[in-house]
Design a protein around this ligand. Structure first.
Ligand code: SF4
Length: 188
């Protein structure tokens, strides 16, 4: 049978293999599955959202990373991608969207505005979404190029793959959420 070079096989996690069987830990199998099936929720408010559209399109094709299934319902998403300027009035809405996502959930701040307020050092703009929700990866740029957004996705994949199944139940994680006024099950 000729080799099909149109796809890349996902590498096996660390484990023990002999002819006919392969053994590894549950953490690694779950991490592998989660890493390659991330469902992003694009929370796009301005220009960085346009760069994300380019990232989804055929030239860059986010589907190559298993993330082509966007979700516009927080309940069916596990990666919140915040792209654009967030006004202070939108802060509580953004936090509500985050709370509606089931655990485990991850967050990328895409671009300068989401990361730090960007050029909008004004009374009305949130100076970084980490004032209202925890952020896992920051993507720099105004706007970031699609390659940078893909790099952010790869960084998230590394976090997802290596996360312990116990992390979300840890005291440190619950304390971190409590600082944002969010309890461990994701509701105030
Ligand atoms: S970081 Fe720059 S490109 Fe992105 S939303 Fe802000 S102003 Fe627009």
């Amino acid at each position: 049978m000729s080799e099909n070079k149109k796809y890349t096989q996902v590498a096996l996690p660390e484990g023990y293999s002999q002819p006919g069987f392969f053994a590894t830990s549950l953490d690694k199998v779950v991490g592998l599955a989660r890493k390659n099936s991330i469902w992003p929720l694009p929370f796009a408010t301005s220009c960085c959202g346009i760069e994300f559209m380019a990232t989804m399109a055929s030239n860059y094709d986010l589907g190559r990373f298993g993330s082509e299934r966007l979700s516009f319902s927080p309940r069916q998403a596990d990666l919140l991608m915040v792209m654009g300027t967030i006004a202070k009035k939108m802060g509580p809405i953004l936090q509500q969207v985050y709370e509606q996502m089931a655990e485990p959930r991850w967050v990328i701040a895409v671009g300068a505005c989401a990361s730090s307020g960007g050029i909008f050092d004004t009374h009305s703009v949130l100076q970084g979404i980490d004032r209202v929700i925890p952020v896992d990866v920051y993507v720099p740029g105004c706007p970031p190029r699609p390659e940078q957004i893909l790099d952010g996705i790869l960084k998230i994949q590394q976090l997802v793959e290596s996360e312990s199944l116990r992390r979300r139940n840890s005291t440190e994680y619950k304390e971190m959420l409590a600082k944002y006024g969010i309890n461990e099950i994701g509701h105030k």
